[in-house]
Ligand binder design. Structure first.
Ligand code: SF4
Length: 384
């Protein structure tokens, strides 16, 4: 953005870098502002460095445009030391003076390096092959726990106090990590008894697709399963961002009419999105509250609470594959759905693109059915 409030090498003006973000810069917890996102700050500070090299001036503040299309400002001085040290580390990595290590996690799903990182993790038996270890592996390694095999045998008591204490890992977390490491080594899921599914006239497997870059929710996909009838897939769709309100209102009518349904989802995203849309469009709160009561999160209430899996991520793609489910699409992902939606918007005559979006969403719903059925089968076999 051109600004006239300070000179630069160009004359009586300068340029300021502003990035457009799909989120908010200032973070809050319990209504309190906790700080500006570090990764946004570093990015803007790097752009400032680049511009300063060209125009000989960097403005004293830095700004982004957030998902609400508002300008948010932060003070680069507050990040200066850590930014310089991060940049120096990157320079050492680029120069080959230092090496970084992969940290496997759900963030790897879209990453083009995944094949190489997974091979490296297999070859080194890296602890991030275990779900939820992530960056805590660096603390584990410092404490002498360098591999999945070592994690599977970890002496929890020894690591509860200095000098072997591992940051952010208490007794329960260590025991869970040890159990999950044992499952990874065994190569088979472990299902714990005690789970139950609510009684329902109709089980509805529900998945939302949205595009944060356009701040639009474009698809509500629902696979209805009632008794022995053939499952029925239905959906509410905004073929254009302008149709978001119409689509969500139609979906609200659907919810209002389904008193007997239980909604199976695989994240808290559906609930969060519906709450936001309710507030945005003034939709009936009673309908939302009924939905919340009837929602069952298979990820949290079932997979995380009652099982362990030999995989670094418990995302639906990983877990459903473990139970033998396959998507029809060759490259199924939420991010690709957004790309396809944008392809469709640029050329709405390409109906095959919309079909691909719908089939992907339907398969996400069917993947949930497969995971739930797997648990039902295991319960019948006596795991419950
Ligand atoms: S695959 Fe995962 S660990 Fe490897 S570079 Fe990508 S995000 Fe990092």
């Amino acid at each position: 953005m051109r600004r006239d409030d300070a000179p630069s090498a160009w004359g009586g003006y300068h340029y300021e870098p502003i990035d457009i973000k799909a989120g908010r810069g200032w973070e809050e917890r319990d209504g309190e502002v906790t700080g500006f996102k570090t990764h946004y700050a570093y990015q803007m500070m790097f752009y400032r460095d680049l511009l300063q090299a060209i125009q000989g001036y960097a403005p004293p503040t830095a700004r982004i445009i957030n998902v609400d299309q508002e300008i948010e400002e932060f003070d680069p001085a507050e990040f200066e030391d850590e930014y310089r040290s991060a940049k120096a580390e990157v320079e050492r990595l680029v120069a080959g003076e230092e090496q970084s290590e992969p940290v496997l996690g759900s963030h790897c799903a879209q990453c083009e390096w995944f094949g190489r990182c997974r091979d490296w993790a297999d070859a080194t038996d890296d602890p991030t092959k275990v779900f939820f270890i992530g960056r805590t592996k660096f603390g584990l390694k410092q404490a002498g726990v360098r591999t999945v095999a070592e994690l599977s045998r970890i002496d929890v008591q020894k690591h509860l106090a200095p000098p072997f204490k591992i940051p952010r890992m208490g007794k329960a977390t260590l025991e869970r990590a040890r159990r999950r490491a044992q499952v990874v080594l065994k190569g088979e899921p472990e299902i714990r008894p005690g789970y139950a599914f609510p009684e329902a006239g109709t089980a509805v497997y529900f998945d939302i697709e949205d595009d944060p870059t356009r701040a639009v929710t474009y698809l509500y996909g629902l696979l209805e399963v009632a008794g022995t009838q053939t499952p029925r897939f239905r959906y509410f769709l905004a073929e254009h961002p302008d149709a978001e309100e119409r689509a969500v209102r139609e979906f609200w009518d659907y919810l209002a009419q389904r008193e007997d349904a239980v909604y199976y989802v695989y994240s808290h995203k559906e609930r969060t999105t519906l709450r936001r849309l309710m507030e945005k469009y003034g939709l009936e709160q009673r309908v939302f509250e009924r939905y919340v009561q009837a929602e069952y999160d298979l990820y949290q209430k079932l997979v995380v609470d009652y099982s362990d899996w030999p995989t670094y991520s418990y995302g639906i793609k990983q877990i459903a594959k473990q139970v033998g489910f396959a998507w029809r699409d060759v490259d199924p992902s939420g991010v690709n759905s957004i790309v396809w939606y944008n392809d469709f918007l640029s050329d709405p005559s390409r109906r095959e693109v919309m079909t691909r979006i719908l089939e992907y969403n339907e398969d996400d719903c069917r993947a949930m059915v497969a995971v739930k059925r797997y648990f039902e089968e295991r319960a019948k076999q006596g795991d419950k």
